[in-house]
Design a protein around this ligand. Structure first.
Ligand SMILES: Cc1ncc(COP(=O)(O)O)c(C=O)c1O
Length: 383
């Protein structure tokens, strides 16, 4: 098979005329930091998710940080979450002085196995953080039921979940806080950025203060005509606000998320069809309950060949790849700091050494999926 000349990246944002026009018009407007466009972007998110409030941020990690802070989660508290997640969640839990308690996953979907949560709940448990892995929703009925029973908070990690629906409800539409990411590989991007959705005006107020130094009013109101530029701070906060120039990009992307996800779903379907039955590869499985998958990632497990060798061979074919994720319980500081609380995670261990994310992005062409599948077949056959 002939090797393509150009590198096929694992992901690439789709930036078109509408994005460029919207950003340019913001740049020309004289106001580029947090202001009216962020508000508009937040409103669009409320409409998408059905949440009452939305707070724009400069990353999802920032959103997790201030959500844990606003909920007073800290020293002595335990947070239930999968190890198969991005390290940022565990970092934020650790930086708050709390302890992550890991729940094993379902090998097929890589989502937290909701049937294994209850046995991990203790007197110290404060919150459950499920991840909608790769855009497949976590089992929210079971998770919400446990949260009600034990009076716990749920914080959805919705980083992969623009366009993810669980039984007709969009991620972030359950009332508790949910956190979305707009990193460039995500289903929509703002370059870097994040959004918290929730139904809680009191918590929203705290989060808005923590987002911006602890200052009561947004800068755009302080510096507007007739605004009062003085301020007071009751509690110190962070500097996690999203600038309008990025909200402009986000607003243009919001107009296109359905088109993006349709294409992602179509390409994922071609991967599944072409790789179906290939021995030595496990394909991603989808949840049994009613859902809409956002196909943020297409994660296969490579059994036939050593993964490092597989990655090297993909590089020979000029194909990019991702790794989502190195299991967080195996990271150096996590192993050392939480050795007492890390129990056996057999399905996480089983998947962690084998997973690899294949190229998937809205502007990827069908022939490129065919090319990746052909290359995989050759690698499996010849090593
Ligand atoms: C599951 C998950 N959670 C959280 C994050 C953090 O998002 P951000 O990069 O916007 O802080 C990511 C981003 O890669 C992610 O994949």
């Amino acid at each position: 098979m002939k090797v393509r000349k150009d590198f096929l990246p694992f992901s690439r944002p789709s930036i078109g005329k509408s994005e460029i026009n919207k950003v340019t018009s913001c740049l020309k407007s004289g106001w580029i930091t947090t202001g009216g466009l962020c508000r508009e972007f937040e409103e669009k998110f409320c409409q998408l998710t059905g949440s009452q409030q939305a707070i724009s941020l400069n990353s999802a990690t920032a959103g997790m940080h201030i959500t844990l802070s606003a909920l007073n989660i800290g020293e002595g508290d335990e947070i239930i979450t999968p190890s198969m997640t991005f390290a940022s969640t565990i970092n934020m839990i650790a930086l708050r002085g709390a302890t992550p308690v890991f729940v094993d996953i379902d090998y097929g979907t890589l989502n937290m196995n909701a049937d294994l949560i209850e046995e991990k709940i203790s007197r110290r448990t404060k919150a459950i953080i499920p991840v909608h892995f790769a855009g497949a929703p976590a089992d929210m009925d079971k998770i919400n039921e446990l949260a009600r029973k034990y009076k716990l908070t749920v914080i959805e990690d919705a980083a992969h979940a623009v366009g993810t629906y669980y039984k007709g409800i969009h991620a972030g539409g359950f009332g508790h806080p949910a956190i979305f990411s707009f990193h460039p590989i995500k289903n929509i991007t703002t370059g870097e950025g994040g959004m918290i959705t929730l139904n809680d005006a009191g918590l929203e107020k705290k989060l808005r203060l923590l987002r911006f130094h602890g200052i009561e009013r947004d800068a755009w109101k302080r510096y507007g005509k007739g605004g009062n530029p003085s301020y007071d701070i009751a509690e110190p906060g962070y500097k996690y606000n999203m600038p309008d120039v990025l909200a402009a990009l986000g607003l243009a992307q919001m107009e296109r998320w359905q088109e993006f996800n349709l294409q992602r779903t179509r390409l994922a379907g071609i991967y599944s069809e072409e790789l179906n039955g290939l021995s030595g590869i496990d394909l991603p499985e989808v949840p049994e309950y009613d859902h809409v998958h956002a196909w943020h990632l297409f994660v296969i497990k490579v059994l036939a060949v050593n993964r490092d060798q597989f990655m090297n061979r993909l590089s020979d074919y000029n194909i990019g790849y991702g790794l989502h994720f190195p299991a967080t319980h195996t990271l150096k500081y996590v192993r050392e700091k939480y050795s007492q609380t890390i129990g056996p995670l057999p399905q996480t261990e089983r998947a962690a050494q084998k997973i690899i994310s294949l190229p998937l992005f809205p502007d990827m062409r069908e022939q490129e999926v065919n090319y990746v599948c052909k290359a995989i077949k050759e690698i499996i056959k010849n090593g």
